[in-house]
Each structure stands twice: as C-alpha cells, then as structure tokens.
Design a protein around this ligand. Structure first.
Ligand code: CTP
Ligand code: ZN
Length: 162
C-alpha cells in the first residue's frame, strides 16, 4: 500500500532535465540505448552523479536518449564503443555551466580491441588470445566482420556485449 503524503501535487509548468555544472553530456543517443552507454562507461559507480533521460523528443531523430555525467570526461575507447551503438551521439564537455567542447562520435572502418568475436573457435578466443579486430561492413545499422574468422556480427550481438 502507498500511504498518502497529505498534499495534492500541482501540475508543474515545465519540467526539464537540469543543466550540469561540470562534466560530460552525451546527447542524441539512439532512443532506449542509454543503458548500454552506461555499461560502456562502467556506470553507475559510487559517488558519480548521472542523469539519464530516455525517449526525449528530438527534432531530427524523433526520439533520443541523453546521459549527463558530472565531473567526468570520456576516454577515446569509450567514445569508440559508444559509436557502435549510438552512431549519432554528440559529446558535450561542460565547464562552469558552459559548453567548452562539442564533438560527434565517429565509427572508423576498423574496430580493434573493443568487442569479442562470437565464434568460440576464433583465434581471438584462444587461450593466448590475439586482440580482436573487425571490419565495418555497414555503418547504420552496424555490421562487422571478424578479420580472423570472417564471422559476421550484427547490431543485436554487438549490443548484447554492452
Ligand atoms: N547541457 C547541460 N548542462 C549545461 C549545458 C548544456 O546539461 N550546463 C546539455 C543540454 O541540455 C543539451 C546538451 O548539453 O542536452 C547540449 O547543449 P547545447 O549545445 O546548448 O544544446 P543544443 O544546441 O540543442 O545542442 P546540439 O546543437 O548538439 O543539438
Ligand atoms: Zn572471429
């Protein structure tokens, strides 16, 4: 049972996601993929403040997710992984409430050391593994081909790794 808090809530005039003071805003994430982005970033993590907004209206994407992380910047390997699941994502660096840097994620023609090959017999899954390496066959939706065993990997298998 939910007990009454004893007051009637008024309808707020406007309810927006709060700006952050310092940190990173990942905007234009493919709708409903923000939890994959959090996994890539190793979040949630103790003491790191994170705001997640899902299925927000977007003029050019229809709907999108947004992730705001306070006092944290991203590593390039993290940005490369985000590109695999949210190819339209923008990375905004915020300092003292101002955007001091804005960039787009970019998927290169080759993806190295970021994903496991699903083929158990692939040399990258051997006891003394070789660093995984895939060619980008298709960018949207992403389709990859393993450099070693030629196994094709599509969106669903890529997303399941994050
Ligand atoms: N933002 C934030 N905190 C700030 C400044 C900006 O959380 N102190 C967020 C905004 O809410 C927005 C994103 O960072 O989600 C990018 O901000 P801005 O460049 O001002 O917005 P747009 O012009 O709409 O971005 P774009 O041109 O990339 O669509
Ligand atoms: Zn392989």
């Amino acid at each position: 049972m939910i007990s009454s808090m004893g007051h009637i809530m008024k309808k707020p005039k406007e309810l927006k996601v709060k700006p952050i003071k310092n940190g990173t805003v990942i905007d234009h994430i493919t709708a409903n993929k923000s939890l994959n982005v959090l996994n890539i970033l190793g979040l949630p993590s103790e003491k790191i403040k994170v705001t997640v907004a899902m299925n927000m209206q977007s003029s050019h994407m229809g709907s999108k997710d947004i992730v705001k992380i306070e006092n944290r910047e991203l590593e390039s390997s993290e940005v490369d992984q985000i590109a695999l699941i949210a190819p339209k994502a923008t990375i905004n660096i915020v300092r003292d409430y101002e955007i001091v840097g804005k960039g787009k994620v970019h998927l290169l023609n080759e993806v190295k050391g970021l994903l496991d090959c699903p083929n158990p017999n692939c040399i990258t899954n051997a006891l003394e593994p070789v660093v995984n390496r895939f060619y980008v066959i298709e960018k949207e939706p992403v389709i990859l081909r393993c450099h070693y065993c030629e196994r094709i990997m599509e969106e669903e298998e890529i997303e399941s790794q994050f």
